[in-house]
Design a protein around this ligand. Structure first.
Ligand SMILES: [Zn+2]
Length: 540
């Protein structure tokens, strides 16, 4: 054996490897796992390090659906409803009433110097307010300065009259996604790209249009590390030359704390350009940057009423907004499937899932099975749709955090009690034999695989009610859904996702065993740090 073998012992090692599910010792050589076992390994490798004595080692958490934008949103002030930790861990208090939100905005407005400089803020979510602040409320903060609030789902913005005027959006000049009030006047809420774009063109867009800079990516890395994540997906990245250069260089910096799997965004590219771009970017990957997949967004967000649904929303809104036109979604799926490209397809509403399932059925019929495509969010898929997904060889990655963040709203205001109870149907999908991952979609909700596990295991809403008890899964199933399953979804399971000889030594070190913890306490388990490629990164 080589000299650089390190042997670690722990109270328990949960490997996620069926050949040896539990162990006490793991030997690491360089950046790889050499052997997994018990104190027998001490005879071969000498005394074990006591660094993890009394602690529990699990495979490094894999967040299979997030956005590096999490590192960028903190350029802007946060005005969300819930308290939220910044990447450095400091918590910003939520704005829990319209009055509190408008007060925060006035305070921010006074802090801006130039009288015409737009005021941007992020994290807002109108669904939490019965008297939701609209254009006219924002006009009371400033009638002259454009104000743009990015919703937490990033599928909508709410703007004031000055922003609408500069964008040229009026009752007579409006596109799909421009919402109106009782007088048929634009009310300031704009859903999806076509409606938001005129505002961005007129007053700027500090978030969605820009690639992350190095500081954004460093903030993103710190936030992942705090959450115990060792591999994270950045699931919609334009990967233009500059954005890719910054990402490749920053993730290669010594001590960068997480591996990133970045999926190429479709919107700026034709099918032919996507194939070219994939070819150009694929050789820029390295040990901490994985490239090669494509992300397609089909519809909007359920809490923003912009997801495409098969029945009207409970509040009377007829339907949501396609993110890309259905014929284009079909073309993308057909062509990229045929080219053997792994696809991550955002489907929130059940009508969107239907379109995408049909497109995959046609693609599989034409050119055989795919490389492991993933339906992302898949929140409203029913049993029959899930069975078809399984038969097409697709995986699902559910947005488990929704139950806590918006479960009450889904029951009362968006899709109604019956559908809300079977949203993010992890139990049904597992019973059907699908491979199930769960995710947070940061910055939509915060990074935190233990919290995401807690959501899937307990299905509690923010008001403390269990929503859809029949869709709860076990802690063991949830642990797989934040480690091995998302590794499979990213095509990285040969390298990460379980503690198996030959894989990278990516571990998350916990104070308690999440499988033996009272289910309601899973989210409270302390994270001591991570090992990334064998390098110890203690929690800050
Ligand atoms: Zn997303």
């Amino acid at each position: 054996m080589t000299d650089d073998v390190r042997l670690y012992r722990a109270a328990k090692i949960l490997t996620l490897d069926p050949r040896r599910p539990a162990a006490t010792h793991v030997a690491v050589a360089g950046d790889r796992i050499l052997a997994v076992g018990d104190d027998e390994l001490e005879r071969e490798h000498g005394p074990a390090s006591g660094l993890f004595d009394g602690l529990v080692v699990v495979p490094g958490f894999v967040e299979g659906h997030a956005h590096a934008t999490e590192g960028m949103v903190w350029r802007l002030p946060y005005v969300g409803f819930h308290d939220r930790a910044q990447p450095d861990g400091e918590v910003v208090a939520g704005c829990r009433s319209t009055a509190a939100l408008l007060d925060r905005l006035r305070q921010l407005e006074r802090g801006l110097e130039d009288g015409d400089q737009p005021l941007f803020a992020w994290g807002y979510d109108s669904i939490y307010f019965s008297d939701k602040p609209m254009r006219r409320d924002l006009d009371r903060v400033s009638a002259r300065r454009p104000i743009v609030l990015y919703h937490s789902n990033l599928h909508l913005i709410t703007v004031n009259s000055a922003a609408l005027a500069q964008a040229g959006i009026t009752r007579d000049n409006r596109v799909e996604g421009v919402y109106v009030d009782a007088d048929d006047e634009p009310n300031g809420e704009l859903a999806e790209v076509a409606a938001m774009f005129p505002v961005f063109r007129a007053v700027g867009d500090p978030l969605l249009a820009n690639p992350c800079d190095a500081d954004d990516l460093r903030r993103f890395g710190r936030a992942c590390h705090r959450a115990g994540i060792t591999t994270v997906a950045d699931l919609y990245n334009y990967l233009d030359d500059e954005g890719l250069r910054v990402m490749a260089e920053t993730t290669a910096e010594a001590g960068y704390p997480v591996r990133i799997a970045a999926a190429l965004a479709t919107t700026p590219y034709s099918v032919a350009q996507l194939r070219d771009r994939l070819g150009q970017v694929s050789d820029r990957g390295h040990a901490r940057l994985h490239l090669g997949a494509v992300k397609i967004i089909s519809d909007g967000s359920i809490q923003g009423f912009s997801a495409r649904v098969r029945q009207p929303y409970v509040n009377g809104i007829e339907n949501g907004v396609w993110y890309e036109a259905p014929p284009r979604i079909r073309d993308l799926i057909h062509a990229l499937h045929e080219a053997g490209v792994r696809l991550h397809v955002h489907v929130n509403g059940d009508e969107a899932a239907e379109l995408v399932l049909q497109a995959f059925a046609e693609a599989v019929a034409a050119s055989g099975p795919g490389p492991g495509h993933v339906l992302q969010h898949a929140q409203m898929m029913d049993r029959e749709q899930l069975a078809r997904a399984r038969d097409l060889g697709l995986m699902v990655n559910f947005f488990a955090n929704h139950t806590w963040y918006w479960g009450d709203q889904h029951r009362d205001a968006t899709v109604g009690a019956e559908i809300a109870a079977r949203m993010n149907p992890a139990r049904t999908a597992l019973d059907l034999g699908l491979d199930v991952a769960i995710h947070c979609d940061a910055p939509v909700t915060p990074l935190g695989p233990l919290f995401t596990m807690w959501c899937a295991v307990n299905r509690l809403t923010a008001s403390g009610q269990v929503l859809g008890a029949g869709e709860r899964i076990t802690a063991a199933e949830a642990l797989r859904a934040v480690t091995l399953a998302p590794a499979i979804s990213l095509g990285l399971d040969a390298r990460v996702g379980s503690i198996s000889p030959g894989k990278l030594a990516d571990f998350t070190i916990l104070e308690q065993d999440p499988l033996a913890t009272e289910p309601l306490r899973i989210r409270d388990i302390a994270i001591r740090g991570t090992l990334l490629g064998g390098v110890w990164q203690p929690a800050a």
